[in-house]
Design a protein around this ligand. Structure first.
Ligand SMILES: Cc1ncc(COP(=O)(O)O)c(C=O)c1O
Length: 463
């Protein structure tokens, strides 16, 4: 692989960016005195910015996206070939890569059968919410319209996705929200709610039972679905406690509540299985996915449903409203499924699910080893190449480490050429979890370099 960097002078780009680009999730005042960071080139796990500085990327493009790594020419070639053949036609018609990717995807999702194309995670989740609402109208006289969501989960950036968002800091100042969304408690055992009585039942069962409580409180005939991340990502890398998922599934079946799994982060390999829910034996009714579907080589998201859900939308062809009256203009772009097909082939041919399991175990082991030297690490969690280390002031009280110091650890790693992440603007006072999601191609050396950088950063920031 070519790892050289093109050293053209990019100062005019930096100035254009400073003058005109509004960066995501960014307070811009500091750019009046420092340069915005411009990323220029990527190869494998490595990236170069406009100053020529090299980084090892431990967060797959910042937000758990570039699963197969940078610079994949075969994806670029497949997209180019498809674009010159046919770049676009609206999704009311099919396309060759659209049909082929749907077939390949469904082959890896036993029990599921239909793929609806869109272009972002938020958009796919909105589609799922619309499906729940339309089913409520078609079958339940509009009554079964409520959608449950969980504290600390995130499902996207639109007003309705924020209405299903369990991260108060992300939601603040964007209300009022869409009605009909109901919050259930999170399932992070490390920060178990005081209402849980360990003598009565394991935490996983208690946390799942809170969903039943919510359904009973709201009225089972008003609750249409629950939307959950299989492993909560931006809310603190929350791996579900033992017993949680089987009980959730049982509750959904008991009250005829559709189970919508948001795989936007976990999907397509991140946890070492094709999908996060497949680690826990869940049988969902709807699955949404985005980021890793094409590893960021094209914008694509999918809403995947069972045949049972799909059948509900074709029962009466004489009724002009009896189908899913929804469109995503860019859901018709062929670059997405063309890239996604190659992405899938790379994961399979290179054995990246197996690698993710092995390297994920190494990452967890390394982080756990760091706990012995750094009392500031209160908890380490994760599955596959998807890990978090929660920082605390005091292990006994579990008081969260101050956000500024958590950010200082991230900045120290960055200064030393390793990009890690941290929960940010999610749960008030709890933006204290370091996040790791390197590409599925990570080697043992990469993993060790990442944790060595964290080790050094923790020593420098916390002494
Ligand atoms: C779990 C989850 N769902 C949905 C989304 C929204 O995806 P997008 O930013 O593509 O709209 C995200 C984004 O981070 C996410 O983490």
């Amino acid at each position: 692989m070519n790892t050289s960097f093109n050293t053209n002078d990019l100062s005019h780009v930096v100035e254009a960016d400073r003058a005109h680009v509004w960066h995501h999730l960014t307070q811009h005042k500091p750019f009046e005195s420092i340069d915005p960071r411009i990323m220029v080139e990527g190869r494998g796990m490595r990236l170069w910015d406009a100053t020529g500085k090299e980084y090892l990327d431990a967060v797959s493009g910042g937000v758990w996206t570039v699963n197969v790594g940078y610079g994949r020419e075969r994806i670029a070639d497949a997209v180019r070939d498809q674009l010159v053949t046919l770049n676009y036609f609206a999704g009311s018609a099919g396309s060759i890569p659209g049909a082929r990717f749907a077939e390949a995807l469904i082959a890896r999702m036993p029990g599921m059968s239909r793929v609806y194309y869109a272009n972002s995670g938020s958009e796919a989740n909105e589609k799922a919410f619309k499906i729940v609402r339309q089913i409520a109208h078609k079958r339940y006289g509009g009554q079964k319209y409520k959608i449950l969501y969980r504290d600390r989960d995130y499902h996207g950036t639109t007003i309705t996705c924020l209405s299903a968002g369990g991260q108060e800091e992300r939601n603040a100042q964007y209300g009022p929200f869409t009605p009909g969304f109901v919050k259930v408690p999170h399932c992070l055992e490390y920060r178990a709610q005081p209402e849980w009585d360990p003598a009565k039942e394991p935490y996983g069962i208690w946390a799942a039972n809170q969903i039943e409580e919510a359904i009973l409180r709201e009225g089972p005939d008003t609750v249409g679905a629950i939307c959950l991340e299989p492993v909560t990502a931006g809310g603190g890398v929350i791996t579900p406690p033992e017993g949680y998922w089987p009980r959730v599934q049982e509750i959904c079946r008991k009250y005829d509540v559709l189970l919508h799994i948001d795989e936007v982060v976990c999907g397509v390999g991140r946890t070492g299985e094709w999908f996060g829910y497949q680690n826990f034996g869940i049988e969902p009714d709807m699955v949404t996915m985005a980021k890793g579907v094409a590893s960021g080589y094209a914008a694509i998201s999918c809403l995947v449903t069972t045949e049972r859900v799909f059948e509900l939308f074709k029962a009466n062809p004489d009724d002009p409203l009896d189908y899913f009256r929804d469109i995503s203009t860019f859901g018709g772009c062929t670059a997405g499924p063309a890239a996604a097909l190659e992405n899938l082939a790379i994961i399979e041919e290179e054995g990246l699910l197996e690698n993710t399991k092995a390297m994920g175990a190494r990452l967890l082991d390394n982080l756990r080893a760091l706990m012995a030297r750094h009392p500031v690490i209160g908890d380490v969690r994760g599955i596959g190449l998807f890990c978090g280390a929660e920082l605390v002031k005091d292990r006994d009280t579990k008081e969260p480490a101050p956000e500024k110091m958590v950010q200082a650890v991230v900045a120290d790693c960055m200064a030393n050429g390793v990009i890690i992440g941290a929960t940010n603007r999610s749960v008030p006072g709890m933006n204290n979890t370091l996040c790791f999601s390197p590409a599925l191609i990570s080697t043992a050396d990469d993993i060790d370099t990442i944790t060595a950088a964290v080790d050094a950063a923790l020593s420098r920031v916390f002494g």
